[in-house]
Write a protein that binds this ligand. Structure first.
Ligand SMILES: [Zn+2]
Length: 428
């Protein structure tokens, strides 16, 4: 029945989805060379399209002396100036293609700060994005209509709550809204027949912790647990695996770019090379969305620091480039008395401790004033780990920073999302 409902929904929402899905199924086994050849073809098509249909790109290319025919190989992409979120907002209308589309899907990104970005996506863009997610599911033997539990929904009013429950029924989904024991028990009952879980990783972890602490009996046979929207800390994994039988896997992407990478069962995030071209310059990611015809996104500075691995051959056999890690968001910087520092330093501080054979620590760092940091740590540390941590802090900040460390701490939430670094200092 759910399969039928799902298929009716696809017909109505986006009839191009099945074609995109079977294409991505086929290209899943392509070699790197085949993938890159395909990327170049699609890139050339997109660049021509943007030049002919988008007032913004026409002007940009003319002003910078770029002609679409100049793109002869993937590296030639570098002659096109990057685009930022600021430009997407300011030049929104001029970027939108003037060509007419049979149908467009309205999209909105909910940035935690500033005005939301809105744009229209053509059907092929939407189909490719969703097909990429579905291919990832398929790696775990999951179909989109399979039964799933959803960890989402902070601050919901009751009316919305009911509406969501109805929607959830239609798509074979059940949801957990709070950390109340009654609700967790009801959730556990439903787990028996669930194929996968997804949602905020911090919530998955906290529910797992509570189940473990209260020794609630659980029977589940999950094929996948997927974390979305926020950072998945290494420190979550042991408890989640113990309670739910699987680790949390990651998916990386954004509304503007679509899915950039999806973690395979062998533990590597593979880039969706059929849909996007990724460049990393000075650690920052730039994404070209190859199917963004209605609102061309070429060399978009997404705002993350990432590491790629083009050498390792994943044991799963896929040749799609590996996104080794998404290190952190660009933006809020750490302010010392004298210097400023990128926020990904925290990633390295805690990673170094793990690499040294130490434990993975759940952490959050807050900055309320210049030259001072508040480290909030979830566990209580051994004397050895604590001194390791202090050594690391001094290694990166020397005397430019004072700090305090609270152990067994609770984390600050910015809306629903949990961030590893929160700065309360207003900068211009
Ligand atoms: Zn793999």
């Amino acid at each position: 029945m759910y399969q039928w409902i799902y298929k009716q929904g696809v017909k109505r929402r986006n009839p191009l989805l099945p074609v995109a899905e079977s294409f991505l199924q086929e290209t899943d086994t392509w070699t790197r060379a085949e993938l890159e050849k395909y990327q170049l073809e699609k890139l050339q098509e997109l660049v021509h399209w943007a030049y002919e249909n988008s007032a913004y790109y026409k002007k940009l290319f003319d002003e910078t002396g770029v002609h679409p025919d100049d793109i002869r190989e993937l590296n030639d992409l570098q002659i096109i100036p990057p685009i930022t979120k600021k430009i997407l907002l300011a030049e929104n209308e001029a970027i939108h293609a003037t060509a007419s589309f049979e149908r467009l899907i309205f999209s909105e990104t909910s940035g935690s700060t500033g005005s939301p970005l809105t744009f229209h996506r053509n059907l092929e863009w939407d189909a490719r994005h969703r097909a990429a997610i579905h291919r990832g599911y398929n790696w775990y033997g999951i179909k989109p209509w399979h039964r799933n539990g959803y960890f989402w929904g902070y601050n919901l009013d009751v009316k919305k709550h009911w509406k969501l429950k109805m929607m959830d029924k239609l798509v074979n989904r059940f949801r957990i809204f709070s950390y109340e024991t009654d609700e967790i028990n009801a959730f556990i009952k439903k787990l028996k027949r669930a194929d996968y879980l997804e949602g905020y990783s911090s919530m998955i972890y906290h529910i797992a912790q509570k189940i473990e602490r209260e020794d609630l009996p659980i029977r589940a046979n999950l094929k996948m647990i997927k974390g979305t929207s926020e950072k998945i800390f290494d420190s979550y994994q042991p408890t989640v695996e113990k309670v739910f039988g699987r680790k949390i896997i990651s998916e990386y992407g954004a509304t503007e770019t679509g899915i950039i990478a999806f973690e395979c069962p062998d533990g590597n995030m593979h880039m969706t090379m059929e849909n996007v071209i990724v460049e990393v310059i000075d650690g920052e990611i730039y994404v070209t969305n190859l199917f963004s015809k209605s609102f061309p996104i070429i060399r978009y500075a997404l705002g993350d620091y990432v590491e790629l691995d083009t050498e390792t051959k994943c044991s799963c056999g896929r040749e799609h480039t590996i996104v080794k890690s998404v290190i952190g968001r660009i933006g809020k910087e750490i302010l010392g008395e004298q210097e400023t520092y990128p926020s990904f330093i925290f990633y390295y501080i805690f990673k170094n401790i793990v690499m040294d054979g130490g434990e993975a620590i759940g952490y959050q760092v807050l900055q309320h004033e210049k030259g001072h940091l508040e480290f909030r740590l979830e566990p209580h540390l051994s004397a050895h780990t604590r001194s390791r941590l202090e050594t690391e802090i001094v290694k990166y900040f020397a005397t430019d920073m004072t700090y305090e460390i609270s152990e067994g701490a609770t984390f600050y939430r910015d809306g629903g999302k949990l961030k590893d670094f929160v700065s309360f200092i207003e900068t211009v």
